[in-house]
Design a protein around this ligand. Structure first.
Ligand SMILES: [Zn+2]
Ligand SMILES: [Zn+2]
Length: 354
């Protein structure tokens, strides 16, 4: 089969690879759509993967073509989404069904072969059957959507804080934009979006944020802008992973406000004394949000997102800016590395254009 293999840092090659053979509890998935994640970029260009050579790609959907001997035959031919984390099932986190915090996990596309290939082997446990009206490219975005659902729920106590609460989302990449999408869908109206590219404005407009509530931090002082918009910010979502944007949240949150850390940190994080004081004096709650819940239950983050795609309550395809063919993956990863060309979500699909 054809696949992209990461051999070392900044050494990813397209070519022939062995067909994966599903183990007893696994299925063989023909990949139909695979998103490029922001985390794939440092993995390919800066840090490498845990183990190499490795086929990256963890945001994907496809069709089950073969099954291992312990897998139910009902899966053959099924359209599926895939939870990419393979938990150990034994640690204290797993025993509480908090698989996303497993201490000894495997991971498709970062620790074992993933989806930038024609086929991938996936444990049956990780499959999510797709309703007919959910497209493969929508399902390939289930992972970032579930991560956004997780963060949005953490920040709003399961969407229980008042719907008129002032909420800021800083960082309008895929996760931040999807956080906005789910907040809007849950009924929140006062959302302030802070990005760093003009093109992000059009995308968040689709998710229901007016132009007036968008700040381009490249050209506007975001702290002043936010202070003008609200004097009682209840929740701030940090979806960038930088010192300044984390500090902005701590400085901007109102009394008893919440600051939700979502973005993976680019480098060391530290705060000056004044910023730190705000945590104490405003009695802020600083929350971490990590990955997403998947428990084969209707209410987990994956089913929450899937149900809303299925009944048309959300429009995640608005995030897709590029549809690439598998062989052109590198055009996409390069654009993301160089932050060029005003991209949103890039998805590898069978009849992509790039
Ligand atoms: Zn991802
Ligand atoms: Zn575990």
């Amino acid at each position: 089969m054809k696949a992209w293999k990461l051999h070392g840092i900044n050494d990813i090659r397209f070519g022939e690879a062995e067909y994966p053979v599903p183990k007893d509890d696994e299925v063989l998935v023909k990949v139909k759509a695979a998103g490029i994640c922001g985390s794939d970029i440092p993995r390919i260009y800066e840090t490498g993967a845990h183990q190499m050579p490795l086929i990256p790609g963890h945001e994907f959907s496809g069709e089950v073509r073969d099954i291992g001997k312990d897998v139910s035959e009902k899966w053959i031919g099924k359209r599926v989404g895939v939870f990419p984390l393979i938990p150990c099932g034994k640690c204290p986190m797993c025993r509480q069904k908090k698989y996303e915090m497993c201490r000894d996990y495997d991971y498709l596309g970062s620790r074992r072969d993933g989806a930038f290939a024609e086929y991938v082997a996936v444990p049956e446990w990780n499959l999510l059957e797709l309703p007919e009206n959910v497209s493969f490219e929508q399902a390939a975005m289930l992972e970032p959507m579930a991560v956004a659902v997780h963060a949005a729920r953490r920040g709003t106590d399961g969407f229980s804080i008042p719907k008129d609460a002032a909420i800021a989302v800083c960082g309008l990449g895929t996760i931040g934009s999807f956080v906005i999408m789910f907040l809007r869908e849950a009924g929140y109206k006062n959302i302030f979006a802070i990005g760093n590219h003009g093109h992000q404005r059009d995308r968040i407009k689709v998710f229901g944020v007016e132009e007036d509530n968008f700040c381009n931090a490249e050209t506007t002082d975001a702290e002043e802008w936010l202070a003008e918009k609200t004097d009682d910010l209840k929740v701030y979502f940090e979806c960038v992973g930088k010192n300044e944007t984390a500090a902005l949240g701590i400085k901007s949150a109102g009394a008893s406000g919440r600051v939700v850390m979502v973005g993976n940190p680019y480098s060391g994080m530290s705060f000056d004394r004044d910023t730190y004081w705000r945590i104490l004096r405003n009695e802020l709650t600083v929350l971490g949000s990590w990955n997403s819940s998947f428990q084969h239950e209707e209410d987990d983050d994956w089913h929450y997102a899937l149900n809303r795609i299925a009944d048309g309550r959300i429009t995640p395809v608005a995030m897709i800016s590029h549809r690439l063919r598998l062989e052109n993956l590198k055009e996409g990863t390069r654009m993301m590395r160089d932050k060029s060309g005003g991209y949103g979500k890039m998805v590898v699909v069978e009849n992509g254009k790039f």
